[in-house]
Design a protein around this ligand. Sequence first.
Ligand code: MSP
Length: 511
Amino acid sequence: MSKPRFYVTTAIAYPNGRPHMGHAYEAIATDVIARFKRLDGFDVRFLTGTDEHGLKIDQAARAAGKPPKAYVDDMVAPFQSLHESLGISFDRFIRTTDDDHKALVQALWQRMAANGDLYLGRYEGWYSVRDEAYYDEGELVTGEDGGKLSPNGAPVEWTVEESWFFKLSAYQDKLLALYEGHPEYIQPASRFNEMRAFVAGGLSDLSVSRTSFTWGIPVPGDERHVMYVWLDALANYLTGADATGRGSLDGEWWPADLHVVGKDVVRFHAVYWPAFLMSAGIALPKTVFGHGFLLNRGEKMSKSLGNVVDPAAMVDRFGVDRLRWFLCREVAFGEDGSYSDEAIVERTNADLANGIGNLAQRSLSMVAKNLGGVMPVRGEAGETELRLKEAFLSGSEAYFTAMNGLALHKALDALMAMVAAANGYFAENAPWALAKTDVVRMAEVLAATLDATRRIVILAQPFMPGSTAQLLDQLGVAADARDFNGFNVPVDAGKQLPPPAGVFPRITLEG
Ligand code: MSP
């Protein structure tokens, strides 16, 4: 039987600066979901990339004294190498300057035009280059100096220009019907309510082209215009759905199952994107998940505050798996969260060194020392084994429910409850004391502990791919028994295990 499919995407980042922790966070969370789905038997396609057209990039290139294409060619490299160092298991890194993408966006435009949804007019209103977004007067806020700002606090400028418009106003009822029929379309629920209220408040037609600069995809048939960067950018998900790279609108992976994006760009994905697709007669993605913002010690990261951290330096300092673990465990997925060096050290020492690492290390080293490294035979389940089994049944059920509901942090709560149960079982049965009194029972306790450890490590794989692979090697788990089908398949007694080595040493703030 063929595997069910799962197509997941991140937002594509503007490469007008170096990648920051927000980008790393989104890539990591999405990678965790992609890896979970693969282990759960899905055929996964995972798309990520960069958003390279538009006024913001054009201005940044000018400031750098380079032609825009040469500028983005340089700027994209740190994003690609960051993905490498974070262990992001993407299938394609799309750049909106890729040829197949340009062709697809023009084909999409033509479909929308054929449906009568595009008309030529004149835009007069507010635009924020930093947000690459149009705003109605009523949406603006007043800055500290009395000037007008976008709801994200970005400067806005009054813009008057000939423009092609998309009849977004005609899609208000269809969008409301979409939300009504598919509440899972926008998650978490708080973002769903925001978007529904926004659309219910009425929609103006959307300016979808510009004439005052040229760094964009030309409008077919009217090449004085380049397309609005968000129409271009959103379509990346469709381009990436055609794995043959031809840029066909009928890509075999479409519709996407999940777009993971930050809360500041939910509007584009929850309102504009489905309206464009409806206009072009293309199926809609299943879910847009808006995650929260990552803060540095509770503060917004910004160049002016001087608190922008290079995620590659965090990987060098803490190791990729500690960083991945911390971000998924500490931040409730969907809400804002904070990081600091202290919190990373404390959290990973508690969960990884003292929790999972200690469990693996103590049981594996006892097997090495007392049993010649041979996997012991499991005994009849007694009272403590039954309790452990119960904790693992409810823990693994909670883990799967949380992962399937995109509550990554809750999945890790469940996993840590399993770690506590396993460590409790080990302490209660004190195999180090049994080594002197009852070696058969000692071996049984070690067998049960190693099996509990194996289960924990299997479930931890999406979060920490590198260190869990090392642990599964040490636990003697065959390569084909590491997905969730292997969860209930114990390692054969009698198997010779490799010599154990600590995988999660304690770390200190001093480094
Ligand atoms: N180019 C657009 C997205 C187009 S998607 C078709 C964009 N780029 S961005 O570089 O500004 O942001 C990329 C992603 O990172 C977005 O999902 C954004 O919400 C997310 N984040 C940016 N800063 C963030 C934090 N501080 N914390 C978490 N995510 C943040 O928007």
